[in-house]
Design a protein around this ligand. Structure first.
Ligand code: C2O
Ligand code: CU
Ligand code: CU
Length: 483
């Protein structure tokens, strides 16, 4: 690991902890001087959800696919860019290698990743690999932020099963802004077990970054600082506003990331057709499940197979999201070519060992409270909140303490995938898309969700936080160390 700004090593970290007389603090780390958390001075307001502008829905722009690149010797430059919003519209923003989303990074289990982040932004940044199991120094912790003109080198092996993950900035208190302005991309891991299933592939596999964004009166991406949530007024699929894609009469694998700062999507097809749910955050589920809708919070992924077989040429089917009684259109499929259906959707997809509640060696409780606190305290970069022994199975009880507001918390853990075992209050059930392995789970108001989690790969400092990015930036985040 090398960097123009020497990050801490685990040994330094422990020494600093010891030097502080056993108190769990990171404050004595020299490069953290001046980095003490500053909470927003005024209470942030939650601006009302703007009505999505669907007026342009009659003129839809072709979906595009970002370039696919390998993570070996890759340079990823984060820099101001003119973003192509599709349909001839552009906006100033930020891009990875000039685009939004950034390139699709794709590799096989076992591959060695070596990526150089170049910071071409006028502000500090650092990249986090959401969903990837990586050493602390490659995790994009905000303490690893590099300034304008700086660089950071990431080197790590891909040690986990196939799945679709993503990369995005994680600087202290500016993650929401940087992601909203265009910095995010997919990271797909393949393995032989996934390939052997002969799921729809090639042109029939569509990785989709779906998100909203706020456009100002002149149609440019505009981020409002100091809010506790940032719902947009326009929707984008792979960066294209009101996208459309031509499809053949066959099965498609739709690999979907909700890359919104704040908004939750409940996805369905406009013709009411059922979909096969095959995977989520941590890769394939154990079994195929037939669903008519899926709810995907910020940072969550769903892997779906849909079929256009037998649909007449000219048929238009919309991928929609319905929330609070409003339906809006995310992506239009237009059947344009008759082919004989290909691609399988086996009933049995993978084997997932089930963690057992009885095997958990301890229980921890986390209360997500207001917009900036976990267990009553806002994030401090210089405070270590808890330590988890490597290899211990733990039960974590996550509670949304915002009982009187509609505010939800998509809770995310770095470094390990977990299993969701219960939800009480609110929606009161664990949904099919919450089976298998998760790294983010949605807490609606009044909900308590129990997860079983075990860190098995690396010791070091990682993060637990709300992935409603405005909450994360305001302090709904904790440092923990795997020891
Ligand atoms: Cu996608 Cu710590 O985040
Ligand atoms: Cu993450
Ligand atoms: Cu939150």
């Amino acid at each position: 690991m090398s960097s123009d700004r020497r990050p801490t090593t685990r040994r330094d970290f422990l020494r600093a902890t010891a030097a502080a007389g056993g108190a769990l603090t990171l404050g004595s780390l020299p490069f953290l001087a001046g980095c003490e958390n500053t909470s927003p001075s005024s209470t942030p307001i939650d601006f009302p959800d703007p009505l999505l502008d669907v007026s342009s829905a009659s003129t839809r722009a072709p979906l595009r696919m970002p370039a696919t690149v390998a993570p070996t010797g890759l340079t990823l430059t984060a820099a101001p860019a003119t973003l192509d919003l599709g349909g001839g519209a552009t906006s100033p923003g930020y891009g990875f290698n000039g685009g939004w989303p950034g390139p699709i990074i794709r590799a096989n289990v076992g591959d060695a990743v070596s990526v150089q982040l170049q910071n071409g932004l006028p502000e500090g940044t650092i990249v986090h690999w959401h969903g990837l199991v990586v050493p602390h120094l490659a995790d994009g912790h905000p303490m690893q932020e590099v300034g304008p003109g700086g660089a950071y080198s990431y080197h790590f092996p891909l040690v986990q099963r196939a799945g679709m993950h993503w990369y995005h900035p994680h600087p202290h208190q500016r993650t929401g802004r940087q992601v909203h302005q265009g910095l995010a991309g997919l990271f797909i891991i393949d393995d032989p077990a996934d390939a052997a299933l002969q799921l729809p592939s090639g042109p029939y596999e569509l990785p989709l970054v779906i998100r909203d964004g706020r456009l100002d009166a002149t149609g440019q991406l505009e981020y409002l600082d100091g809010t506790s949530g940032h719902p947009g007024n326009a929707v984008f699929c792979n960066g294209v506003r009101d996208a459309t894609v031509n499809v053949d009469t066959t099965r498609y694998r739709l690999r979907i990331l909700n890359a919104c700062n704040t908004r939750v999507f409940t996805l369905r097809l406009s013709n009411g057709a059922s979909m096969s749910l095959i995977g989520n955050d941590g890769g394939l589920l154990a079994n195929r499940i037939t669903v008519s809708s899926v709810t995907v919070g910020p940072a969550e992924r769903v892997d779906l197979v849909v079929s256009f077989a037998g649909r007449p040429v000219g048929t238009k089917i919309m991928l929609t999201s319905t929330s609070g009684g409003t339906t809006f259109n995310l992506l239009e499929f237009v059947v344009t070519r008759v082919v004989s259906p290909s691609g399988q959707v086996p009933a049995v997809l993978s084997s997932i060992p089930r963690y057992q509640r009885a095997d958990a060696v301890r229980t921890r409780s986390f209360s997500f409270d207001g917009a900036m606190r976990i267990n009553g305290v806002p994030y401090s970069m210089s405070r270590l909140d808890f330590q988890v022994p490597l290899g211990d199975l733990e039960l974590w009880r996550l509670t949304n303490a915002n009982t009187n507001t509609g505010v939800n918390h998509p809770v995310h853990v770095h470094e390990a995938h977990f299993q969701v075992i219960s939800r009480t209050g609110g929606r009161n059930s664990v949904f099919p898309w919450e089976g298998g392995w998760k790294d983010t789970v949605l807490l609606e108001p009044r909900e308590t969700v129990e997860i079983l989690i075990k860190f098995e790969q690396y010791r070091g400092l990682y993060l637990l936080h709300c992935h409603r990015l405005e909450h994360e930036d305001m302090g709904m985040m904790s440092n923990f160390e795997v020891v």
